[in-house]
Design a protein around this ligand. Structure first.
Ligand code: AHR
Length: 665
């Protein structure tokens, strides 16, 4: 492989620059692509409360099963009555299909639970089977248990099932008593092993993948889901707290937004609600960033003023916002602080940020945001407010958004950019040139205004919107600009986060899974490399401007002409004492680099991590080859130069690769 002429870079290691915010490089969660129910939320039963518009969605019923609607949970009133058929061979049974089946592992424990009663009094028995009725077996049963139900009062019953075989598409069967009528509600099945062992918990492998990013911030619950297709379907956090049995169902807009990826059984049960979100943030040590409705339903889908909340009817929305802060941080004797304590967390969650509005724009947004800002500032002056510049990453409406956020003194502005290769590399493609793009994007931002939250972004490769290697590399290149501008960029979250391989609506995504397995996309590894090695302070990394004839002008290495596709940035980590250098080579040739570590002396060993792929640039990780492309550790020796024995790093950065160096100072 031919090597280009050497690129010389200087890193000022003595004078540390702007602080890198601890919130840098985080996670954006939205219930899209079956990210919550059927994904991170470990519940295996779909439509467990029979509240879907078709109450038997996800269920097969057999025998005398009738739907009733005066159950014990006010907001989920449906339940089923299972009556004996009167004939010993005719069984009454309900069978749940799970989310694309249920992923069941041999030898693991599963907690079945149900609310039940015997309406006529006395005792009855429910038989529970986990079955494989998809493959040809003599016995469909994978495991079974039973519960004895007694009395006319509703009670919760639980039992453990330990399946004898692993199966990705299991169903759950609940058989009624052959002699006694039994009422059944909130039928649930969880793996006992959830993340941190929580009963209403998260799928262990997926939550662990989140923790392994070492995320600085966790944004929740979206995305467009915050706004709703209409106001009635917006995300209302108060519906997502308290006992899970009584959290009302909501539509999920991703069920129908794209008719070419239509999922009529996709709803939100809110089992993963705001309490679980805050708890997960605590578990994975990420700063919580909730985003709430500003009283605008999705502006793409609702063009009339009457589709949104009138200005004089906004108070309940503002109250929701204030109440959420109280739920997270308030004392246990406050209304919402008490609910948090009752749910098992008397200590405050210490939330510091709140997003108001998702992708909103223009006057309807600006005028509604204002009273929110006034109210939050008055009651919670320490909470940082995140506004938005809308769905565009440049152009008139984007600039108008930024101006309005400055005028309203938002603390941060949420920017979204799902853009092609050229945007991330900062080059023109002859057809469309993006303004203010590439790794130089933030160099020119106004330092006196709000900070940036790069809240949703991903490189969408032209014609192939999936997680292939090349686009992930361009994300890494772009992120050198985020890192260099840590004084203005306070948070950045790739989006979306999760996708079920059988139920996605949007791609690329960071983490993919089916019912048994998961894999991390190359973009995941890029995010992880930045998040784990974000450092504490920016270090100036420059090179001589190739366009400067006198050879004096120093410029950032950000993929400009003459850089041969190189991008670079550097940080110092005060806690580890390491200088960290990130170099992305987006050219098809290996590049020789010489990095002068100014003010460092002597030879050293640099730890390196390389993300490189020698196959097709269109390759991606998959469930079958989850580790096809991943970072690899190594070392490289740093030599010395000049009389002062200054440390110098000479290396050859492979073609189309991202290499990270850590050198103890
Ligand atoms: O991430 C998918 C969607 O993209 C989000 O819901 C929305 O904010 C953006 O348009």
């Amino acid at each position: 492989m031919a090597v280009q002429a050497q690129h010389v870079m200087d890193v000022q290691t003595k004078k540390v620059g702007a602080e890198v915010s601890p919130t840098m490089y985080g996670l954006f969660f939205e219930d899209i692509n079956y990210a919550a129910d059927g994904g991170l939320y470990a519940e295996l039963v779909k439509n467990r409360s029979f509240e879907f518009p078709n109450p038997f969605t996800g269920w097969d019923i057999s025998g005398k099963v009738t739907l009733k609607n005066d159950g014990p949970f006010e907001k989920n009133p449906h339940y089923v009555r299972m009556a004996p058929s009167g004939h010993s061979d005719k069984h009454t049974m309900i069978e749940n299909h799970g989310f694309f089946g249920m992923g069941i592992k041999a030898g693991e424990e599963y907690r079945f639970s149900v609310w039940a009663r015997v309406p006529d009094g006395g005792k009855s028995k429910l038989w529970i089977d986990l079955v494989d009725n998809a493959t040809m077996r003599d016995d469909q049963k994978l495991g079974n248990t039973s519960v004895e139900v007694s009395g006319k009062e509703w009670k919760k019953y639980t039992a453990i099932i330990k399946p004898n075989r692993t199966f990705a598409k299991a169903h759950l069967r609940v058989w009624g008593d052959s002699k006694v009528t039994t009422d059944v509600e909130h039928v649930s099945l969880f793996p006992v092993k959830t993340f941190k062992g929580r009963e209403n918990g998260m799928r262990e492998d997926l939550a662990q993948a989140l923790a392994d990013v070492h995320p600085g911030v966790f944004r929740f619950p979206g995305g467009c889901i915050v706004e709703g297709t209409d106001l009635a379907t917006r995300y209302q956090w108060k519906n997502t707290v308290g006992p899970v049995e009584n959290r009302p169902l909501n539509e999920n807009r991703w069920h129908y937004t794209f008719t070419n990826r239509y999922f009529p059984d996709y709803f939100q049960t809110y089992g993963l609600g705001f309490f679980e979100f805050f708890q997960l943030c605590e578990d994975i040590k990420a700063e919580p960033l909730p985003v709430l409705s500003v009283g605008l339903s999705c502006q793409f889908q609702n063009r009339r003023e009457s589709d949104h909340v009138a200005m004089d009817a906004l108070q309940p929305y503002i109250d929701d916002c204030l109440d959420l802060i109280e739920f997270a941080n308030g004392p246990v004797d406050s209304k919402w602080g008490k609910l948090r304590a009752d749910m098992g967390h008397p200590e405050p969650f210490n939330m510091k940020y709140i997003g108001i509005g998702n992708e909103q724009w223009d006057t309807p947004y600006f005028e509604r945001l204002k009273p929110f800002v006034t109210a939050v500032r008055a009651k919670y002056p320490n909470i940082k407010i995140v506004g938005t510049s809308g769905p565009d990453s440049e152009g008139k409406m984007f600039e108008k958004g930024w101006e309005a956020m400055k005028a309203q003194k938002a603390d941060l502005v949420d920017e979204h950019f799902y853009r092609p290769e050229n945007f991330f590399l900062g080059t023109a493609d002859g057809k469309k040139r993006y303004g203010n793009c590439g790794a130089l994007r933030y160099d020119s931002y106004d330092r006196k205004g709000p900070k940036v939250f790069a809240g949703e972004y991903a490189c969408h490769g032209a014609g192939k919107k999936w997680n292939h290697y090349e686009t992930s590399l361009y994300e890494a290149a772009f992120m050198t600009g985020i890192e260099r501008n840590a004084d203005i960029v306070e948070m950045a979250t790739y989006a979306p986060l999760f996708a079920h391989v059988e139920g996605w609506q949007w791609r690329p995504d960071m983490i993919w899974y089916d019912n048994m397995r998961m894999f991390k996309s190359v973009s995941y590894y890029v995010q992880q490399m930045y998040a784990m090695y974000k450092g504490t302070n920016v270090l100036k990394l420059t090179t001589k401007d190739p366009a400067d004839a006198k050879g004096k002008k120093q410029i950032p290495v950000a993929g400009q002409d003459g850089m041969d596709g190189l991008f670079a940035s550097s940080v110092f980590d005060k806690t580890t004492g390491e200088v960290i250098i990130k170099i992305v080579n987006t050219s098809k040739k290996a590049q020789a680099v010489c990095v002068n570590l100014l003010d460092m002396k002597g030879e050293r060993t640099a730890e390196i991590i390389t993300l490189q792929h020698k196959g097709s640039m269109d390759d991606e990780n998959t469930l079958d080859q989850p580790l096809k492309i991943r970072p690899v550790d190594g070392t490289v020796q740093c030599g010395v130069t000049g009389k002062k024995q200054q440390t110098v790093l000479n290396d050859e950065v492979p073609a189309m690769s991202f290499r990270l160096y850590r050198i103890k100072k």
